[in-house]
Write a protein that binds this ligand. Structure first.
Ligand SMILES: [Zn+2]
Ligand SMILES: [Zn+2]
Length: 227
């Protein structure tokens, strides 16, 4: 199978490059991000770093072969965000000959700052997966760390001949699905633009004077007419 050389789209590549740098940092910081089997001398990975591996290569080997992977595992490191609980769902892989298509649905809960008041809150992410992938044999799985030059479609590593590891694919999908804006509640009142008070918790004197900037032209008009 030839490596894919499609040029990445810029925004997607940027998002992934940012998270990729974080994954690299995680690895350097001693996180169990590497996908290699632990050697007898290395400590066994803790339960918090269970990796998403599936023994499905045989089922995928034939053209049109397919396999379903049930996902219920801790969120891979290097997403650039904090998560609570597991990432869950299902990814079905199907061998189309020239590529492998991954389809399914994933669910995870991120801890994000509110876009209005900055309060951290849990945001449930649920999204469909539809990705063209390639399978890439990793002779040295430990060296599999995403770098700045992302391949697209995302390569799915095959370890030890038969084991397919979905953690990098899942990590990329989570990064790409993180919402740019998230509110702690739909009616969050945000921070006072004048004094910074959290208007969900308190009121302030400047609050009454503050006007929505969109109404400024209207206020000007009223003042003009009063004169
Ligand atoms: Zn808020
Ligand atoms: Zn204020």
């Amino acid at each position: 199978m030839s490596p894919n050389s499609a040029p990445p789209t810029s925004s997607r590549a940027e998002a992934l490059a940012k998270a990729g740098a974080l994954a690299q940092l995680d690895k350097m910081a001693g996180g169990h991000y590497t996908l290699g089997e632990s050697t007898p001398s290395s400590p066994a990975p803790s339960a918090a770093f269970v990796i998403m591996r599936y023994d499905i290569r045989e089922r995928l080997a034939e053209p049109d072969g397919q396999a379903a992977c049930h996902i219920d595992a801790p969120v891979p490191l290097g997403t650039g965000a904090e998560f609570v609980g597991h990432v869950t769902g299902e990814i079905r892989l199907r061998n189309l000959g020239h590529s492998v298509v991954a389809r399914g649905r994933l669910r995870a809960t991120a801890v994000l700052p509110c876009s209005r008041c900055l309060r951290e809150h849990e945001a449930v992410m649920q999204f469909d997966v539809s990705e063209d992938c390639t399978l890439t044999q990793m002779d040295e799985p430990g060296s599999y760390v995403p770098d700045a030059e992302y391949q697209e479609p995302a390569p799915i590593p095959i370890l030890d001949g038969n084991i397919v590891d979905l953690s990098e694919l899942v990590r990329q999908l989570l990064v790409l699905s993180l919402p740019a804006r998230s509110l702690c509640s739909p009616d969050c009142r945000g921070l006072c633009p004048e004094c910074g008070a959290n208007l969900n918790l308190t009121t302030c004197d400047c609050q009454r004077e503050a006007t929505d900037p969109r109404f400024a032209p209207l206020a000007d008009l009223l003042q003009t007419r009063e004169r």
